[in-house]
Design a binder for this molecule. Structure first.
Ligand code: BGC
Length: 450
């Protein structure tokens, strides 16, 4: 038996012990057991997944072949600061998975980085794929069910330079990457998601001008910024995820999800596949509210596609009151560091909505709050989970709650200012310190009840 076979064998054994149930359940004719099979209990369903999430670019560090790295280092950059070493999770994943397990969690959601795996078009790095095998093995050794996102916003530079998701070839290029990654890693993955929040571009179109001002709206601002990026790079086709034209890129991404899913299934037929969506708790405001139109525009096509998937990932942070567009938050609302209204009840509403629209099992793949005040995070989690429990008690098939985020990490253009982590990270020493919210959520996870 060669080294690779040996690793595969031991990993398969590890899976059998650690997440055997989730995989075995996925091998039956119906993907996973029905919620009716579960006893109604005080607590959450047996085998409920409790975890925290990260995304490669936000935590790994030195993701130099990605579009984001390029943008962060432009002379005139929209990024507050570069990601740099981030949380050095690329090297410290053993420590981070240990931490998750020690806190009491049984699941970890992270993303694999396309820009590392395929740094040049058509060149796939076995060394980087092996790196992610080691991360997956670390999860299994610690009893953490790994949920893997194949694309969390960032793309390889070469892909962005060729038009990103506007490129007619993009779906096929993505599917080829999905096939390579799954062939190498699929036996160790418990749940796979093609995309993280591919609906964001449409979501942004419903935002007004920043702070309710009369200035240009966010879509106009993004277009202006991208023209400036193309000028600086001397790259007329360059598109990052957020700068592509919404309609065209969505068409390609819808195709990429379907093709990516087929590619994943062709490499491992029984691997559950879905996608995750940013879903706001949209609430109608005023007689002319276009909230139903917003929901159809932003989530409609994705929720329709998700009906054929194995699960839907719900990612919710706040509510939006919708008039002709999103309305500014009310003056006395408590705001988080991102300027979102503190409204943990949003999760209950969006989980009900996603379940009702798709009919497939729901996994909460992100929910959290950017704040320096960890006591507010504790309160946010308590109230969000109380709502989630009501969904479950009403028979909604929810499989897990994955908090955003494990670590205080790189919050895109806002740099390291917003603090979403259950765990603080010293920017100089990389030392991790669990916050009270981490202990509190870990305790809930251990007892599987509130
Ligand atoms: C994204 C994360 C981001 C988080 C907090 C989600 O939309 O998936 O990458 O850090 O929100 O803003």
């Amino acid at each position: 038996m060669n080294r690779r076979e040996l690793i595969q064998k031991s990993a398969q054994l590890a899976i059998g012990v650690a997440v055997g149930d989730s995989l075995l359940r996925s091998q039956g004719s119906s993907l996973l057991s029905s919620p009716k099979d579960r006893p109604a209990a005080e607590g959450f369903p047996a085998k409920f997944m409790w975890g925290a999430a990260t995304a490669a670019h936000q935590v790994e560090g030195n993701n130099i072949n990605s579009d984001a790295w390029l943008l962060e280092h432009l002379p005139h950059s929209m990024y507050k600061e570069p990601s740099g070493d981030a949380c050095d999770h690329y090297h410290l994943y053993e420590q981070d998975t240990n931490l998750l397990a020690d806190l009491g969690f049984n699941a970890y959601r992270f993303s694999i980085e396309w820009a590392r795996i395929e740094p040049e078009k058509g060149f796939f790095s076995n060394a980087e794929l092996e790196h992610y095998r080691r991360v997956l093995e670390a999860c299994h050794r610690r009893g953490l069910t790994p949920l893997v996102t194949y694309s969390h916003f960032t793309v390889p530079r070469w892909f962005a330079l060729q038009g990103g998701w506007e490129n007619a070839e993009s779906a096929d290029l993505f599917a080829r990457y999905c096939e390579k990654a799954t062939t190498h890693l699929g036996d160790l993955i418990a749940y796979s998601a093609t995309f993280n929040e591919p609906d964001i571009l449409h979501l942004l179109r419903w935002m007004g001008s920043p702070g309710g001002s009369t200035g240009p709206d966010i879509v106009t601002t993004l277009a202006t910024q991208n023209a400036e990026v193309r000028r600086q790079l001397n790259a007329p086709l360059f598109n990052s995820f957020l700068s592509a034209e919404a309609q065209k890129s969505r068409e390609n991404m819808l195709g990429a999800h379907s093709k990516g899913k087929s590619a994943i299934k062709s490499a491992r037929g029984n691997l559950p596949v879905g996608l995750t969506l940013a879903i706001e708790d949209d609430q109608p405001a005023g007689p002319d509210s276009r909230f139903a139109e917003k929901q159809a525009d932003v989530y409609g096509p994705w929720l329709k596609l998700a009906r054929q998937d194995d699960f839907i990932g719900v990612q919710t942070y706040t509510r939006q009151r919708v008039g002709l567009k999103n309305l500014p938050t009310s003056e006395n609302a408590e705001l988080t560091q991102m300027g979102y209204e503190f409204y943990p009840e949003a999760l209950e509403h969006t989980v009900r909505y996603a379940s009702q629209k798709t009919g497939v099992p729901v996994i909460v793949t992100e929910n959290g709050i950017g704040t320096e005040n960890d006591a507010r995070r504790v309160e946010y989690i308590r109230r969000a989970l109380a709502g989630l429990k009501r969904c479950i008690d009403d028979g909604i098939d929810v499989r897990g709650y994955i908090h955003w985020s494990l670590l205080d990490n790189f919050e895109w253009i806002f740099g390291y200012v917003p603090k979403f982590g259950l765990v603080a990270v010293d920017r100089e020493t990389q030392k991790r310190t669990a916050k009270p919210s981490a202990t509190m959520l870990g305790k809930i996870a251990k007892s599987n009840s509130l």
